[in-house]
Design a protein around this ligand. Structure first.
Ligand SMILES: Nc1ncnc2c1ncn2[C@@H]1O[C@H](COP(=O)(O)OP(=O)(O)O)[C@@H](O)[C@H]1O
Ligand SMILES: [Mg+2]
Length: 256
């Protein structure tokens, strides 16, 4: 089996007496598109904090391309090719779309040399996102859906090998959600970037990812082929409900 690009090994994160992430193993291999789902409070965002160095785990290891980065700061994870978005949108509203991406590029520095080196200017990235014509528009004046695409562009400015997306499509219309999903696919297909994607829109997510992991109360309760996971009794009980997903009429799960 090829070495994982990004791996959490038996990671535990506690907040006081609460075990938010409980001995979780999760990995993304080179160029893999992985979904991460689970009810609100399951520990998904906290696991992303651990995977990107925002929070040091209380137990377990974090490996990037086999290198142990446990306890390292976020910039160290970034320098090793881990980029992420945050659940709350983080664009600079008064800056143009192009300046937002340029800022991300400068912040990342010019030393990064990963799969998509040609991606070193803001216009190329905006073109990839389909935002070329909006480059001079203030980010705050873009539609919410386009702001979310811009956030992906800012994360790409770090020229990552693996991208962690935390509810990037929350609140989008079904059409916007599909556009966002297609972009995520292209990030993987055309740039070779591995993606771990958290989204409550489970049916759409399941239709695009190769593998999906499910968290429930801090524990990983399933990890595998989306069709198999959608039929898993523990997953249905914890999260999907009796309607299941992938069938017609399957309901999207969204944040309340
Ligand atoms: N900074 C924090 N301090 C204390 N508890 C937290 C903090 N962040 C998250 N939690 C708790 O940890 C659990 C997991 O939260 P989170 O990782 O945000 O879940 P998810 O992203 O799956 O909705 C929840 O019970 C949440 O209330
Ligand atoms: Mg979350």
């Amino acid at each position: 089996m090829p070495e994982a690009l990004l791996a959490a090994r038996a990671v535990t994160v506690r907040f006081g007496g609460l075990v938010a992430v409980d001995g979780v193993d999760l990995e993304a291999r080179h160029g893999e598109l992985v979904g991460l789902i689970g009810p609100n409070g399951a520990g998904k965002t906290t696991l992303f904090h651990a995977l990107s160095g925002v929070l040091a785990p209380d137990a377990g290891r974090l490996l990037v391309a086999g290198e142990d980065l446990t306890g390292s700061a976020p910039h160290v994870f970034a320098a090793h090719g881990v980029a992420r978005t945050f659940q709350m949108p983080r664009v600079f509203r008064d800056m143009s779309a192009e300046d937002n991406v340029r800022f991300a590029l400068q912040f990342a520095g010019r030393t990064r040399r990963h799969a998509h080196d040609a991606f070193d200017d803001a216009r190329t990235i905006l073109g990839f996102l389909g935002l070329g014509a909006a480059s001079a528009v203030a980010a705050g004046a873009l539609t919410p859906a386009r702001q979310r695409l811009l956030e992906i562009g800012m994360a790409l400015g770090a020229r990552p090998r693996v991208l962690l997306l935390d509810e990037i499509a929350a609140g989008l219309t079904p059409a916007e959600l599909e556009t966002c999903a297609q972009l995520i696919r292209r990030v993987r297909d055309e740039l070779g970037v591995a993606v771990i994607w958290i989204e409550h829109a489970v049916r759409v997510l399941m239709s695009h990812v190769e593998r999906v992991a499910v968290l429930h109360q801090g524990r990983k309760i399933a990890d595998g082929d989306p069709r198999a996971v959608a039929k898993d009794a523990a997953v249905i009980e914890a999260y999907l409900g009796e309607e299941g997903v992938g069938s017609e009429g399957g309901r999207e799960r969204r944040v309340a």
